[in-house]
Design a binder for this molecule. Structure first.
Ligand code: NAD
Length: 437
């Protein structure tokens, strides 16, 4: 099938490349001419494991191409995906849908045969109706349907998530659109991927409900971790103890520094806006957001306390700044709150992240960036782990101890076992577990 993907970011580029890999002919569009130029030359604008190879393979096979031109991309497509950003509005409130609506206006006049406009961006209920109205008004002759097909991939494992999803959700009342979507996803249904066909508002809401639920799970275990610290319990055992119950499940039960990233913060906020708008405010999700914001401040306090109550004249070596490993995405990363609070408390920050430093430089001032994990450690008063990149799990402890001024490790991701830190001779503070002193 012929597909256009409008918006070539984390979601658009990955889904575009994956659809091409499934055998469809895909053109990815972006208004960022520099990004498109780079992609045309074989460069990949984001870090996502496996993506570079997949893009290259499909470009070479003639199934994947890039353009900035709607006039080139839109005509003759079976499906046109909208995968542009829907960040939080700058002046507060819910999702900023200006990019989605701009795309609807821009593509409308180029539709020249039946096509399905598929909203893949995360958008509040009713956005599909508005997209339909915009296109209808701009091009009354256009033959099209609008479907919702929210994306559930996770950065860092995006390709695997797209190729082997837990489910695919498609919202449309049109039989014709449904047939197109079925044909697009046929290769996945051969792996018995559950397909959920529903109406548009249901599909739109499902995405927000999923993210709000996961954010709630993370926040819940973070609160349990705080209790663990007070009563001498171990949150990792509590997680297993509850997570092995199949009604609960183990995933998203790792206590840490608070959730961040490009989706949970903005999607929980957007859901609460929708809920308020329809007169059914969600107390649970609002509490989750408040607890998560508070958590990041509390994590800074925890670090300061572990450093003896003051950071004046102290240097912290920070490992990891991205909101999770295997991505260079810095959007709403907890480090963006925690690092400035540490600096405000007088701390000097040296940091290293395997992929995120280029992005992080734009948002974090006054940080000295290292070339590798060890380069930031000499004479530091403490080592702080903010993101659980795999390479931090296998540090040479002897070398770390020699480099640090004091053998103090504060680990907000619980990547080390308590006995190994005891044996290595560190003072070790983690989350929801007894400190090693
Ligand atoms: N990043 C994730 O992990 C993830 C996962 C699931 C869903 N989502 C949702 O998918 C959507 C896209 O997210 P993302 O992370 O890929 O965003 P992104 O910011 O990485 O990419 C968006 C792209 O759209 C382009 N764009 C904006 N306006 C345009 C226009 N008028 N014409 C053409 N291109 C335009 C931008 O230049 C940018 O390259 C959001 O709604 C997000 O909530 C994201």
């Amino acid at each position: 099938m012929k597909v256009a993907m409008i918006g070539t970011g984390y979601v658009g580029l990955v889904t575009g490349a994956c659809f091409a890999d499934l055998g469809h002919k895909v053109v990815c569009v972006d208004k960022d001419a520099e990004k498109i130029e780079r992609l045309k030359k074989g460069g990949i604008p984001i870090y996502e494991p496996g993506l570079e190879d997949m893009v290259q393979r499909n470009v070479e096979a003639g199934r994947l191409s890039f353009t900035t031109s709607m006039a080139e991309a839109v005509p003759g497509r079976d499906a046109i995906f909208i995968a542009v950003g829907t960040p939080t509005r700058e002046n507060g409130g819910g999702a900023d849908l200006s990019a989605v609506y701009a795309v609807a206006r821009e593509l409308a006049m180029h539709i020249n045969g039946y096509t399905v406009i598929v909203d893949k961006s995360t958008v509040p209920v009713g956005t599909g109706d508005e997209v339909e109205a915009i296109i209808r008004q701009a091009n009354p002759e256009a033959e099209f349907d609008v479907a919702s097909n929210p994306e559930f991939l996770r950065e860092g494992s995006a390709i695997e998530d797209f190729m082997r999803p837990d489910r695919v959700v498609i919202g449309t009342d049109s039989e014709r659109a449904r047939a197109v979507m079925q044909a697009l996803y046929r290769p996945l249904t051969m792996h018995e991927t559950p397909m959920i066909y529903t109406n548009r508002p249901t599909a739109e809401l499902t995405k927000y409900a999923a993210n709000a639920f996961l954010a709630t799970k993370v926040t819940f275990i973070n609160e349990i971790a705080d209790i663990c610290e007070r009563v001498g319990a171990d949150v990792q055992d509590v997680s297993r103890g509850i997570g092995l119950d199949s009604r609960i499940g183990l995933k998203f039960l790792q206590a840490g520094a608070g959730f961040g990233g490009s989706c949970f913060p903005k999607d929980t906020l957007a859901l609460t806006e929708t809920a308020r708008k329809v007169g059914r405010p969600t107390q649970i999700v609002e509490s989750v957001m408040a607890a998560n914001n508070e958590r990041k401040r509390r994590m800074a306090e925890k670090i300061i306390e572990a450093c003896g109550g003051s950071l004046e004249g102290k240097t912290l070596a920070v490992l990891g700044v991205t909101f999770k490993p295997n991505t260079d995405d810095m959007r709403d990363a907890p480090s963006l709150d925690i690092v400035p609070l540490l600096q405000k408390a007088g701390g000097r920050i040296r940091a290293y992240d395997p992929e995120g430093m280029q992005e992080a430089r734009k948002y974090l001032d006054g940080v000295e960036w290292g070339e590798d994990a060890y380069s930031i450690m000499p004479d530091a008063d403490a080592l702080l782990i903010l993101t659980e990149w795999n390479e931090f799990r296998v540090l040479d402890f002897e070398r770390v101890k020699k480099l640090l001024k004091t053998p103090l490790v504060i680990d907000l991701r619980n990547i080390y076992a308590l006995p190994e830190m005891t044996k290595a001779g560190f003072v070790y503070h983690s989350v929801g577990r007894k400190p090693v002193l």
